[in-house]
Ligand binder design. Structure first.
Ligand SMILES: Nc1ncnc2c1ncn2[C@@H]1O[C@H](COP(=O)(O)OP(=O)(O)OP(=O)(O)O)[C@@H](O)[C@H]1O
Ligand SMILES: [Mg+2]
Length: 376
């Protein structure tokens, strides 16, 4: 199937992205979310927008070729000179960043803390240090926290968010709720009660254990715990409010989800599941990007020379055999895609074929961009 075979459906991402402020590329692992996000960003920037792409764990070579600075946790302008010679007329600006989950979480604490001293107290706290890697390790939350921050900042026309390879769509959609749940949870509330710590929960026996631990390990866990909960106590409401706003941002009219998939059976099944979850959560679904579609060589046109005329018999037989194999794969891909589109109610679908090489540089991204926007 080719994009032009979709009657009445825009075969490019342009109409899907029109008037959007936020595009979130979701899909199962390894299907091309990061590639699509970067190529989309490039395409929209070429059209004159100021675009920020937030990537998650991009391949090193791709990051390098966009000049992504691992040390920064904010978008940086991709040098327009990188696009010259790749057929990209850059009328706007492409900004890109790699998400640093831990730093994003720290920035959130800094923002919510009533003063610098409290923030520093939290950062220096061993409990926070493990918790923040755990919570920040849920990249889903930090990704949308960053998205929220950039959206509120208002300096970009369009934000393109790549997402981590979550097997479970819920991880992403539930992230704000889970974090709110954590901070509103019973355990935390108990600790935060004035008489809580050292009182009801940590009875005498526990106190003995803590002081023994301190003697043996030199680590004053009780002190850490009380400092942690005391300083975080004042931020609970801020967290809940932030999570609620992040959630609102996800189903805003200016936000759309692009479902990226490859045409294999498993990713297609996951795409279907993902789509159902999006619908269930009331999230705005923009369309489908089928990436790495294999296409068969067409029959030679009348007048075009046939294999047998070009090659000796044995070679012609071998070439024919691989052409047949590719044709079988292409047929299976096309059937999977047709099934998926039917299951999703025939959504706008953009096809990006399997390219001869991995997409790890500006040239590769420019090629993907041409398919996404049906240019050239
Ligand atoms: N159309 C394409 N043709 C050829 N190679 C491609 C194409 N699209 C992506 N790739 C390659 O496939 C690999 C996976 O792509 P990418 O990193 O974008 O996937 P992802 O969905 O972000 O993966 P992950 O879930 O691990 O984050 C990369 O090596 C990329 O260069
Ligand atoms: Mg990726």
């Amino acid at each position: 199937m080719t994009p032009s075979s979709q009657e009445g459906i825009p075969p490019t991402v342009a109409p899907i992205l029109e008037d959007k402020r936020i595009v979130i590329c979701v899909g199962s692992g390894g299907v091309g979310k990061t590639t699509t996000a970067a190529a989309l960003g490039m395409g929209m920037a070429a059209r004159g927008l100021k675009v920020a792409v937030i990537t998650i764990d991009p391949a090193r070579r791709l990051a390098g070729s966009l000049g992504l600075d691992e040390l920064g946790n904010d978008p940086a302008l991709v040098d327009p000179a990188r696009f010259t010679g790749h057929g990209v007329e850059m009328e706007g600006e492409l900004w890109a960043m790699m998400l640093d989950a831990k730093r994003t979480f720290d920035a959130l604490i800094e923002h919510l803390a009533p003063d610098e001293r409290t923030a520093q107290e939290v950062f220096g706290n061993r409990i926070y240090q493990s918790l923040s890697s755990a919570v920040a390790g849920s990249q889903e939350f930090t990704a949308i926290a960053k998205l929220y921050e950039l959206d509120a900042d208002g300096s970009f026309d369009l934000l393109v968010l790549d997402t981590p390879p979550s097997r479970n769509a819920l991880d992403f959609l539930d992230a704000p709720d889970r974090l709110t749940g954590f901070f509103q949870g019973r355990a935390i509330r108990m600790f935060l009660r004035p008489a809580g710590l050292g009182g009801r929960i940590l009875g005498r026996g526990t106190g003995v254990v803590f002081s023994l631990l301190k003697r043996v390990t030199g680590v004053d866990l009780l002190q850490d715990l009380s400092v942690f909960f005391r300083s975080l106590g004042g931020m609970v409401d801020g967290f809940s409010e932030r999570a609620a706003r992040v959630k609102a941002l996800l189903d805003d009219a200016g936000t759309t989800f692009l479902l990226v998939t490859s045409p294999e059976r498993e990713p297609v099944a996951e795409a279907e599941y993902f789509h159902a979850k999006l619908a269930e959560a009331g999230m705005p679904f923009g369309g489908l990007v089928v990436n790495r579609l294999r296409e068969a060589e067409g029959e030679p046109a009348p007048g075009e020379r046939r294999l047998g005329d070009l090659l000796d018999d044995e070679l012609a037989r071998k070439v024919r055999r691989s052409a047949n194999e590719l044709a079988a794969l292409a047929e299976r891909d096309a059937a999977n895609v047709a099934g998926l589109r039917a299951a999703l109610g025939d959504p706008p679908t953009v096809i990006v074929p399997q390219l001869p090489d991995d997409v790890h540089d500006v040239e590769g991204l420019a090629a993907v961009r041409r398919y996404l926007f049906a240019e050239g």
